[in-house]
Ligand binder design. Structure first.
Ligand code: KIV
Length: 279
């Protein structure tokens, strides 16, 4: 059954935790969808994990549309959310609506996600008025990395925590259908989750949220180097890939691959005739 905004809302009401993972391509999205994950986020994290940028800021609308369309082609049931990239919604409400529309029309997303609180409520309202569901994103919002001075946990002082609660209520009032809470203390995420009727989806925000989201490369062990404290590795696909690739190199060099089982045969009579023909 296709997951929709109503499914996510019902899950919050019944206490059934929402599962969300990122995906950026057809094959991965198909596997994640077949596992029964409720929602797939085509995050602008693709700038880092797919395109090798240092942060999400260089990601373009074209990047997002290209990857969202590929994901959507692989999905049957998950609710597909596409990130609005940096500077695609901040400049004006009009641009925000046009760009959200492109992610739905050209990318086949079911909803868009944008970062920020009170300052983007006008955009949220206008996009929702165009019948496009909006997922908000509060806390450690990666597009604000320069303003934050790095990827740092947010909402640790009384004033900042109170502003996050206030922002959460405002984005809900503006019509957001869910909110991602990233990199904030678990107890603050609990308070926000209890205050909202829309679902909260946490990443580094504790298990009191209505659901969880992770970047799939992080949780499957495909990323190398430093990973955030909130990342749990559920598998080590990176090691499996390395082993498979090394075995391929060895077997190709020593001609163990391709063996007969991976080779097409032809009638010997035909080969003999061809050899005679060439003499
Ligand atoms: O871009 C992304 O993948 C995200 C998640 C980390 C929530 O926004």
């Amino acid at each position: 059954m296709k997951n929709t905004v109503s499914t996510l809302l019902q899950q919050k009401q019944s206490g059934d935790k929402i599962t969300m993972l990122t995906a950026y391509d057809y094959t991965t999205a198909k596997i994640i969808d077949e596992c029964g994950v409720n929602s797939i986020l085509v995050g602008d994290s693709l700038g880092m994990v797919m395109l090798g940028y240092e942060n999400t800021l260089p990601v373009t609308m074209e990047d997002m549309i290209h990857h969202t369309a590929a994901v959507a082609r692989g999905v049957e049931n998950a609710f597909v959310v596409a990130d609005m990239p940096f500077m695609s919604y901040q400049v004006s409400v009009r641009e925000a609506v046009i760009n959200a529309g492109r992610l739905i029309k050209e990318g086949s997303a079911n909803a868009v996600k944008l970062e920020g609180g009170a300052e983007v409520c006008e955009q949220i309202e206008a996009i929702v008025n165009a019948s496009i569901p909006v997922v908000a994103h509060l806390g450690l919002t990666p597009q604000s990395v320069n303003a934050f001075g790095g990827f740092k946990v947010q909402g640790k002082t009384f004033e900042k925590a109170r502003k996050l609660i206030d922002d959460a209520l405002k984005i809900q009032q503006a019509g957001a259908c869910a909110v991602v809470l990233e990199g904030i203390p678990a107890k603050l995420a609990d308070i926000i989750t209890k205050k909202l009727f829309i679902p909260t989806i946490g990443i580094g925000a504790g298990n009191g949220c209505d659901g969880q989201v992770l970047v799939y490369q992080d949780m499957l062990g495909l990323t190398t180097g430093h990973t955030a404290k909130f990342v749990k590795r559920f598998a080590d696909l990176g090691d499996m890939m390395r082993k498979g690739i090394n075995d391929y190199i060895t077997e190709t060099k020593n001609t163990a691959f391709p063996s007969e089982e991976h080779t097409y045969a032809i009638d010997d009579d035909i080969i003999n005739k061809l050899l005679e023909d060439n003499e």
